[in-house]
Design a protein around this ligand. Structure first.
Ligand SMILES: Nc1nc2c(c(=O)[nH]1)N[C@H]1C(S)=C(S)[C@@H](COP(=O)(O)OP(=O)(O)OC[C@H]3O[C@@H](n4cnc5c(=O)[nH]c(N)nc54)[C@H](O)[C@@H]3O)O[C@H]1N2
Ligand SMILES: Nc1nc2c(c(=O)[nH]1)N[C@H]1C(S)=C(S)[C@@H](COP(=O)(O)OP(=O)(O)OC[C@H]3O[C@@H](n4cnc5c(=O)[nH]c(N)nc54)[C@H](O)[C@@H]3O)O[C@H]1N2
Ligand code: SF4
Ligand SMILES: [Mo]
Length: 761
């Protein structure tokens, strides 16, 4: 007998509500939940394959523990004994920083990933934290931290109401959107055009998104900050800057004008390879639109000037008066946000409070660059201990970070490594203990992260669609036990972790005059929490203390977990609303339009005015049916156009003698890879594109299907040296590479004609 169950999709940032068909303990179908208050029935091919992703036979069912060199199935008890025995001696002998923590992307797609890593980090007190943010959105955090005083205050384009969207370095028709949670992003772009609005796309590739646009600019990779700076200059030159209601909240307008004066359209046109007239038009259109939003993603972040580009996006939103107004870019207000405090000066945002040991790279938001992970393990210095043990949760840095071969070796040299991961893959194969979380159908879901980035305020929670199979452990319990094992409390009741967080949170809240529970008895409040388990009680706590919460009775109509459970398709909390100045936490209490670190980085941007790269530049791409490195094992999601190929423009192909389908060799500072060419004019001349997350040909993994079409690891072309200096984010786009027909070089390389290692004119 089959039944249906609701489940919020965790496979990308769109967070669609799914209706699963369940037969016994298997998911046999998935369709969009039409009653979902947010996604209203939208689903994409990945969501439709939820059952195949969930039921992948290669998912690990039991923990693995290394014995005599080999990973073997073990009991949970044996596994946590091994974690305690492996981690504690390292902490005790070499200190907290010798234990590294690596957090990957799926942590923002699980409840456990939101609730427990902060507790682990607080308890371990290690400064060796590396996450996927520094191969992703860290530039945006840094820019928001500097502008608004809060690294997590990220304005989101008001897709449903805007009249003009300038979309930069993002391809939501394949990615379904990022830092902008919007189920049916494609439909929203079509609706924008249908209501007479305009869409401009800036991307070196003519993507599916670009094809939808009124205007597509195939910019030279890595130069968006120059383009945006020139747009700012046009606004000032032509007297088009108009802050509207924002004016009283902004400091530094004149300073920005002065600082960017020489970035005229004429000055940047050559570097960007975009006509000066077009840049002027972009600025005029932005200023003239009734409402407009500038929105930029991966292609603007993982580049040499990622923080400056991210900053300029909001400078443009501010100078056109579009920040914090309907139809512009607004700050969402999620149900689990902290109770908003009255506006006023805050603590501000500091960068570089400590540095990495080897390259002395500054921390950002408490993190060291992902690109520095390998060297922090494999390089000894006088500055302290290298990382000797690693806790990896939901990350596959061997494929997702620069120079996987070096990282591969570095991981092998660790004293101890534990991976919390459902797969034995390129990274987890190095672990001494692998702790597999259950598949998503057996896990509860709430989007702590993405609701703070959603184009509409709403809240949804789904309990596990299928009960935990025998022998499985919830990821929340795995992480709670890991925290205990790592901090010398191995064997204690994992519920103690949640109880401790609840107690600490309430103890603080009752002392906070702005909290709805100010002055009340924290012990009595804790007894009011409902929920079947620790994570549910913590969700209840956050909802009740949050901006829409019942304040433990202070606002009887407010949100609680019980109220949310009574609304299985979610609760709509309305469109995004203007919130300034409340979100500002800068020391001045104002938006700091020209923060000092940004000003300090402008000379580097000025130097880029003269740059005209001689060779080919590498950019990435995403495929709708893919997800970073971990979905190539699902047959339904691979094949067809989802292949690891090198996109190259016909002009470049002709010059280099590259035929469609023939293997080409691509060489970068970190190494080289060989993959089939796909000759296509969807990339601009001078640019080649290779998707990331491939390279599933290493031994010792259990990815049966992925290994049949492994592809190559594009990040092997990088040596990790290229970073956006303010955010520590790896340069993954706009990377110089050389391309040659593979046959011309022969197997060993070097033997072939050097002239074949061609570069674009
Ligand atoms: N060249 C290039 N490189 C890139 C990018 C690019 O555009 N170009 N993009 C970058 C970006 S944006 C990102 S976010 C990173 C991603 O980089 P990572 O976060 O390192 O990698 P993922 O491929 O998302 O792998 C996530 C891991 O989590 C595991 N996993 C899946 N589901 C769960 C779960 O429910 N629980 C747990 N515990 N584990 C789970 C998977 O098996 C996999 O091992 O890659 C980056 N790398
Ligand atoms: N199907 C699918 N969906 C995903 C993922 C996935 O792997 N597959 N990954 C998820 C993750 S972790 C993230 S972070 C998001 C990312 O979401 P998006 O940012 O929308 O991701 P991409 O599709 O990589 O789009 C980046 C675009 O930037 C372009 N680009 C490259 N360099 C430059 C440049 O210098 N300037 C400009 N203007 N453009 C440039 C690329 O050609 C590409 O089209 O997607 C998420 N959703
Ligand atoms: S768009 Fe994203 S969240 Fe929606 S069904 Fe597809 S993968 Fe899932
Ligand atoms: Mo990402």
């Amino acid at each position: 007998m089959s039944r249906t169950a609701l489940r919020i999709c965790p496979l990308c940032e769109a967070t669609c509500g799914l209706t699963l068909t369940v037969d016994g303990t298997r998911v046999t179908g998935a369709r969009g939940d039409r009653e979902d208050v947010f996604s209203k029935g939208f689903i994409c091919p990945k969501g439709a394959s939820f059952g195949a992703v969930d039921g992948d036979p290669d998912r690990l069912r039991t923990p693995l523990v290394r014995k005599d060199g080999a990973l073997r199935e073990a009991t949970w008890e044996e596994a946590f004994d091994a974690v305690a025995a492996g981690l504690r001696p390292v902490v005790e002998r070499y200190g907290a920083d010798s234990v590294g923590v690596v957090l990957g992307n799926p942590n923002v797609h699980t409840m456990a990933g939101a609730l427990y890593p902060p507790v682990l980090l607080g308890a371990l007190r290690t400064r060796s934290l590396f996450t996927a943010s520094t191969v992703d959105q860290m530039p945006k955090h840094v820019s928001s931290g500097l502008l608004f005083g809060d690294a997590n205050a990220i304005p989101v384009p008001d897709l449903d109401r805007t009249g003009h969207l300038l979309l930069i370095g993002a391809n939501p028709l394949e990615s379904n959107g990022s830092l902008c949670t919007a189920p049916d992003f494609p439909g929203k772009l079509k609706a924008l055009r249908a209501r007479g609005g305009t869409l401009t796309v800036v991307d070196p590739r003519r993507t599916r998104t670009a094809r939808l646009a009124d205007r597509h600019l195939a910019i030279r990779p890595g130069t968006d900050a120059l383009l945006l700076a020139a747009m700012v200059t046009v606004l000032f030159e032509e007297d088009l800057a108009d802050l509207k209601d924002l004016a009283p909240h902004v400091r530094g307008v004149a300073e920005v004008r002065e600082a960017l004066r020489d970035f005229t359209p004429e000055a940047v046109a050559g570097a960007c390879d975009v006509d000066a007239d077009v840049i002027r038009t972009l600025a005029r259109e932005l200023a003239a639109a009734p409402t407009a939003a500038v929105y930029a993603r991966i292609g603007s972040c993982t580049v040499a000037h990622g923080t400056l580009a991210s900053w300029l996006v909001d400078v443009l939103n501010i100078l056109t008066g579009n920040l914090d107004r309907p139809g512009g870019a607004l700050f969402p207000q999620a149900a689990t946000d902290r109770t908003p405090r009255p506006a006023g000066p805050g603590h501000g945002f500091a960068l570089g409070r400590w540095h990495s040991r080897v390259r002395r790279l500054p921390e950002a938001k408490g993190e060291l660059p992902f690109s520095a992970l390998a060297e922090e393990i494999d390089t000894a210095t006088d500055e302290g201990e290298p990382v000797r043990a690693l806790v990896v949760v939901a990350a596959n840095p061997v494929l997702s970070a620069p120079d996987g071969d070096r990282l591969d070796k570095a991981l092998e040299s660790l004293d101890f490594m534990v991976s919390v991961d459902p797969y034995l893959n390129e990274t987890s194969r190095h672990a001494d203990v692998v702790l597999p979380p259950p598949p998503p159908a057996q896990s509860p879901h709430h989007d702590f992260a993405f609701n703070t980035l959603a184009v509409r305020n709403q809240v949804r929670y789904t309990r596990p669609a299928i009960p935990l199979e025998p022998g499985r452990m919830a990821e929340s319990e795995i992480l709670a036990r890991l925290i205990l094992a790592a901090t010398g409390m191995h064997g204690a009741d994992p519920a103690a972790v949640d109880a401790m967080v609840v107690d600490q949170t309430l103890a603080k809240a009752v002392q906070d005059p702005h909290s709805p529970v100010y002055g009340r008895d924290p012990v009595a409040l804790a007894t009011q929490l409902t929920g079947d388990n620790g994570p549910e009680r913590r969700l209840d706590l956050m909802l009740r203390l949050g901006p829409y919460g019942d304040g433990f009775g202070a606002r009887p109509d407010g949100l609680t977990l019980a109220e949310l459970l009574a609304h299985p398709h979610g609760i709509d909390l309305g469109p995004l609303r203007p919130r300034l100045p409340q979100p500002l936490k800068t020391r001045s209490g104002k938006i700091e339009l020209l923060p000092e670190p940004v000003a300090g980085d402008l000379p580097r941007l000025r130097a880029a005015l003269a740059e005209r790269p001689a060779g080919l530049l590498l950019v990435g791409r995403r495929h709708l049916r893919s997800n970073n490195s971990w979905m190539h094992n699902v047959p339904a999601l691979t094949g067809g156009s989802n292949r690891c190929t090198v996109h190259i423009h016909p002009e470049d192909a002709a010059r280099l003698g590259v035929r469609d389908g023939a293997d080409v060799r691509v060489k970068g500072a970190g190494g080289e890879v060989t993959a089939p060419a796909e000759v296509t004019d969807s990339v601009r001349p001078g640019v080649v594109s290779i998707p990331h997350g491939w390279g599933h040909d290493r031994p010792g993994t259990r990815l049966t299907h992925a290994a049949t079409a492994p592809g190559v690891n594009v990040n092997q072309l990088l040596d990790g040296s290229l970073l956006d200096p303010l955010s520590g984010t790896a340069v993954l786009n706009g990377v110089p590479v050389e391309v040659a027909v593979a046959a011309d070089l022969g197997d060993g390389g070097g033997g072939g004609p050097q002239g074949a290692l061609g570069v674009a004119p």
